[in-house]
Design a protein around this ligand. Sequence first.
Ligand SMILES: Cc1cc2nc3c(=O)[nH]c(=O)nc-3n(C[C@H](O)[C@H](O)[C@H](O)COP(=O)(O)OP(=O)(O)OC[C@H]3O[C@@H](n4cnc5c(N)ncnc54)[C@H](O)[C@@H]3O)c2cc1C
Length: 259
Amino acid sequence: MNIVVCVKYVPDSTANPTFNSSDNTVDRVGVDGLLSELDEYAVEQALKIVEAGEGEVTVLTVGPEQATDAIRKALQMGADKGVHVFDDAIHGSDAAATSLVLAEALKKIEYDLIVFGMTSTDGGMGVVPTMVAERLGLPAVTFGSEITANGSTISIRRDGDSATETIEATGPLVLSVTDQTGEARYPSFKGIMAAKKKEVTQWSLSDLGVDASQVGLDAAWTKVSSFEARPARTAGVIVNDEGDGGVKLVEYLASQKFV
Ligand SMILES: Cc1cc2nc3c(=O)[nH]c(=O)nc-3n(C[C@H](O)[C@H](O)[C@H](O)COP(=O)(O)OP(=O)(O)OC[C@H]3O[C@@H](n4cnc5c(N)ncnc54)[C@H](O)[C@@H]3O)c2cc1C
């Protein structure tokens, strides 16, 4: 099975991510970035499916120059090759435009299955997988917490609040996986060394036949009109327990209307 995993390069949440004051877009250049942690689970599940059978794993990202770091990490985990769609015109794209670029890139790659993370750790919309599925006319099996591949048939367990569902579809299809699918592997030293030799292809919008007027900040249906830093977290209320800690705790919870 040939699998393509779509991975996003996101600002490192521990590196004080911020917005560009010039156009209110996320600063993806001046702040350290990395492979979106939730996409590591997508890479892991793709590797497991291929290791249980045959085929190869390609990782695909749409992002700035630094997004090669996200591809590199996935190659170190064991993916076979990478595709990076990089074009200045993509800057500030909304989810609709991102899904367009991904879909056009996927039309140039051989796949039986396309795997996504459940959501990105910066935009956090969780919509791109189904948007891409719609554009490619594929079934979408989303938010899988347990993935079973039987030939080209994929079935997932999806844990909802009130029910656990088993959903099945036959490929080619779009699959998104949650962080409940089990630990993602850490790159081994052998994997890190092997990744250096693995092929990474770079495409621009013109390679995909996508007109720049369809993407980027000017084409975005939504724009960040303003932003302000969240107030720093306060230390919180400290309850000294002089034998009455329990009472004080209940009084505090009641004062906050938690009980
Ligand atoms: C704080 C913030 C708020 C935003 N609000 C909006 C908004 O309200 N409306 C809007 O249209 N856009 C919005 N955007 C822009 C949007 O984040 C980007 O267009 C993004 O590329 C897609 O949305 P997402 O990150 O929420 O992806 P999600 O839909 O959460 O992503 C799900 C999965 O899709 C894949 N994926 C997502 N982006 C990429 C990529 N660039 N390359 C490869 N795979 C990818 C990954 O597998 C990921 O796990 C916002 C961005 C930020 C940072």
